[in-house]
Design a protein around this ligand. Structure first.
Ligand SMILES: [Zn+2]
Length: 667
């Protein structure tokens, strides 16, 4: 046993050392494969002898079990925010106040990292708890996620007790790779590295956080008692010595002129950094002088954060592209020479409508000023008239639909131009995209690109065609493996059981939103009854106005629509409202009145989909395993619920067994 303990200690030391060399010093002494090999050895030992697994074992870097929520925890000392300065004048005023109170001081300038503020608690030199700033007094316990950041030492060189504060961030390279992957999966990309870092640290599965390649810079401690330091710069050197990662672009300067020079330098050079910064932090360097200055209610008097101005950049407007929405609205989009604005590369910006283009006299070929509204959505602010090319002409919206050639109309009282051709291709594709979207039929994996592919390959013309797709249709498509096809067909199959309101909303009836769809489905319960409803009846319902009533009746009276509904029925797409008591559900005897628990990660469907399907079969889906649980369906990485099920002798199914059962029932 002693031998095992000895080896475990050795492995801890080596793995910690390699993490430190790689992630803090940026100077690895061994190849990645060596780290992986030793980590594997430690994981194997811990699996065979769980008593050797400790909370600070380097194996926590891969991420522990998912949590259901974050606990709220008070900070030992509050995490204050800093006062802000937005220009030179405000900085000079800050300096004048300090000199008035304590005379000439030396300043410490540091980059203000654009990430998520965190506080890390060390007890006896071991990392035991990590919190978000929260409201400054109370933060959220995100320890498990923070442990996956290699730059955070699990154990430091001395057995100290204190909280160290800093900023967790996502390097630009990790951010680009993450968004590339998201785009490949047709998921919404993150707007900037800060959102990506915050999103990664505030999600409940540490294994996901581990994949996000976050880092950290530490910059202060809550209690300097055990520190030799007498200055902020000394404290940072001390953090370095203990094994923490600090930012080395910091500089000590003699006075406010030095501060301004430092700001000028980084305003120019910030784009060359491998991470985003949003300003400069200036602190009185001497800790005793800091004490003398003290605090206001909200922030220290001895420090200030200079914020970079909202960034505006100039680029060239290459073209104006038009897109046609589901309801025929034509939206102009600016196509720009790619340019970096506030942390991301921008190549498109919405121009909203014709009026806006006219009002700002924006012309193709112009140099335009671009900024981000709310720091997120790119916007064309204005054209730079002095730089306008001689041949630039005022922009006019086309008179005919760029997709189908039908004449565009401007409906009275609206700013938008519309294509009113019901056969317009662009609108049909947008309608299909709407049909599979989250609030409608919610068919996972059927994103915009696949819908476009299917449409252009003549595999789907209307929404019902989606349910007629076969393996043979899908397999020849670009970037479609067998696994992806199976998942997609499965998701389509699952969506057939959606309650009526999803189908109603998905059909894209003008003016009929998700909420009104719910109202109608609940009131009429079946599509057949809805098909017979009159305008007078509809108007009598609270929440349904004249315009909507007319639109619904006109839509459902249409012979083409009646045919479409028959076509959907033929494939057993559900036409009933399901918000009913489970006793009224017919359901399959294998599931009806059974209590079922889902656990672990499902690969072929979301939990929500599985729950919806089970409920349709009359099952009760609950979250915890008890003696009265009938079946536990266990996906990947199922944890304590599975252990409990085994203890109670509950029937356990794998996801594959569950899917097989579904296929058997759905035929
Ligand atoms: Zn059109």
């Amino acid at each position: 046993m002693e031998n095992i303990q000895q080896r475990v200690n050795e492995l801890h030391d080596l793995l910690n050392q390699y993490s430190y060399e790689y992630y803090v010093q940026d100077n690895p002494s061994v190849p990645d494969s060596e780290y992986d090999k030793l980590l594997r050895e430690l994981i194997d030992i811990e699996e065979a002898h769980p008593e050797y697994k400790t909370a600070d074992s380097p194996t926590v870097r891969v991420g522990g079990e998912a949590q259901s929520s974050f606990e709220k925890v008070d900070h030992d000392t509050p995490m204050l925010s800093l006062g802000n300065a937005f220009n030179e004048e405000e900085l000079r005023r800050f300096d004048a106040r300090i000199r008035e109170q304590i005379g000439q001081v030396e300043y410490m300038c540091e980059l203000k990292i654009d990430g998520l503020a965190v506080s890390l608690k060390y007890v006896d030199g071991r990392f035991v708890q990590g919190l978000t700033r929260g409201n400054g007094t109370t933060g959220e316990d995100i320890t498990e996620n923070l442990r996956t950041i290699h730059a955070i030492p699990l154990k430091i060189k001395e057995p100290l007790n204190f909280e160290v504060r800093g900023e967790a961030y996502m390097p630009r390279s990790s951010f680009m790779a993450l968004n590339e992957e998201k785009e490949k999966n047709e998921e919404q990309p993150f707007a900037n590295p800060r959102n990506a870092a915050a999103g990664s640290l505030r999600q409940l599965d540490p294994k996901l956080a581990a994949k996000r390649k976050l880092s950290v810079f530490l910059y202060s401690v809550n209690d300097f008692t055990d520190f030799e330091a007498t200055t902020q710069s000394g404290a940072l050197d001390e953090l370095d010595r203990l094994g923490f990662k600090t930012n080395h672009e910091r500089e000590r300067v003699a006075d406010i002129e030095g501060v301004l020079e430092y700001i000028k330098k980084w305003t120019e050079q910030r784009e060359n950094l491998p991470y985003d910064i949003d300003g400069i932090v200036i602190k009185v360097n001497d800790l005793e002088q800091q004490d003398e200055m003290g605090y206001t209610q909200k922030s220290p008097r001895w420090a200030i954060a200079y914020k970079f101005p909202a960034e505006e950049v100039i680029t060239k407007l290459q073209d104006i592209e038009l897109s046609i929405g589901r309801t025929g609205v034509v939206t102009p989009t600016a196509i720009l020479d790619p340019v970096r604005v506030a942390g991301t590369t921008v190549s498109r910006a919405s121009l909203h409508n014709e009026d806006l283009i006219k009002e700002r006299d924006i012309r193709i070929g112009d140099s335009v000023v671009v900024k981000k509204a709310g720091d997120i959505i790119p916007e064309v602010v204005r054209s730079v008239i002095d730089r306008r090319p001689e041949d630039a002409v005022p922009y006019h919206m086309p008179t005919h639909c760029p997709s189908c050639g039908h004449e565009l109309v401007r409906i009275e009282g609206e700013v938008a131009l519309r294509c009113i051709n019901p056969q317009c291709q662009a609108q049909l594709v947008e309608g299909l995209i709407h049909f599979v979207s989250r609030q409608a039929m919610n068919i996972d994996g059927l994103g915009t690109k696949i819908i476009q592919q299917l449409y252009h390959n003549h595999l789907i013309k209307d929404v019902a065609d989606i349910f007629y797709l076969t393996k043979d249709d899908l397999l020849p498509l670009e970037r479609m493996g067998a696994k992806k096809v199976d998942n997609l067909l499965n998701a389509i199959e699952m969506s057939k059981s959606n309650s009526l309101e999803h189908l109603l909303f998905g059909l894209g009836i003008r003016h009929l939103g998700a909420k009104a769809s719910q109202v109608l489905a609940e009131k009429y319960e079946t599509m057949d009854r809805l098909l017979e409803v009159t305008e007078e009846e509809l108007v009598s319902i609270h929440d349904i106005g004249d315009k909507l009533a007319q639109s619904v009746v006109t839509y459902l009276e249409n012979e083409d629509i009646k045919e479409l509904i028959e076509k959907l029925k033929h494939k057993n797409v559900n036409m009933k409202y399901k918000g009913v008591k489970s006793s009224e559900i017919e359901g399959h005897p294998d599931f009806k009145d059974k209590t079922i628990v889902l656990t672990g990660k499902l690969q072929q469907m979301t939990r929500k989909e599985a729950t919806a399907w089970l409920e349709m079969q009359g099952a009760k889906v609950t979250s915890s395993v008890t003696k009265s649980t009938d079946i536990v369906i266990a996906g990947e990485d199922a944890g304590s619920k599975l252990t409990k099920a085994e203890k109670f002798g509950t029937t356990v199914w794998t996801e594959d067994q569950f899917v097989a059962k579904q296929n058997e029932i759905s035929g």
